[in-house]
Design a protein around this ligand. Sequence first.
Ligand SMILES: [Mn+2]
Length: 361
Amino acid sequence: MRILHTADLHLGRTGKERDIWHQWEKVIEIALKENIHILLIAGDIFDNGQAEAVLKKKFVISLNKLANQGIQIFIIPGNHDLRQGNALTDLELPGVNVFYKYTVVNLDKIALHFFPFKPELDGQDLVRLKQDISAQCQIGICHASYITLPEVFSDLGDSQAIHCPLSPEDIRDLNLDYLALGHYHNPKQWQVGKTQCVYPGSIEPLSFKEIGPRQVFIIQYDHGLRVYPIEIGYQRPYLCQDIQIPKEDIHALWPRIEELARDLGPCFLRLTIKGVADKLLSQAFQLKAQYFLKERGIQVSWQDETVDLGWIEEHRLARQFREAIHQRLAQSPEKEFWWQVFYRGIGLLKYCENVDKKNKV
Ligand SMILES: [Mn+2]
């Protein structure tokens, strides 16, 4: 018996429709190639409850490709599917099952326990819902928050999305062999007692927090349980880069922009720009670079940490520090060293001023 576990497709997410669809097509291909018997989707197929009819139709056609090969498809809703409506209506066709209340499906040696998403539930509620079924392999499917992992806690906490909190004790009490989760968007695999727990993560990165190639998981049950991920890459990753203005010359930074355009494929790029520059020149440069990179499929968001030359001129301490450094630069052969002293020193002076300002407020 071979099962494919995925979750968090977020079909229809604004601006990412095509990327997500390409990734979903990869999942379908893998499902066909890997000879799976069952596809589990642990919630958040759609980004919101009011998915467009055209998109739903396209999705049903894609599921039909699997159903026609005898693959059974099991779906539970996630919080996004039920956001302002219900996106999972009209999906039920032969071979496709959507569960809205706790259900056990008994297949030969495997029992599948479906716990559909409900905002008011927690881990102990799942334990109370679960029926005692005798089967060699017990698999649970839910859209929940394993808050014991710090990265899950902080990420879901930041988005105020700690729904259905789960603890290691809850997982022990559930007494499963495999827990197929959805909700957290980075792939994660860990073990609690005998239970293998997996978040497959989103199928396409949706924010700067979703790092690395995407994965789906294959669960194979013969005599024992074997679980392994299959990488499905991504369409457009989220990347972060620091760039430093050489000396005080913003234009000397242009080759770095060209290098980024050459080295990076289509992506979302957070550029943190550091150093000293005239504010207006720097803003003009950022606009020009942003346009240049956009033409090459790179979407830039700027994090401006530059210190304005104008500010230095206006502040006696900063101005004198700059003058002193320029003297050293003229005399010393260690130019790179003195530039580093300058960046650090001027950054510190600017920081101190910001702190002073805050304290006054
Ligand atoms: Mn999600």
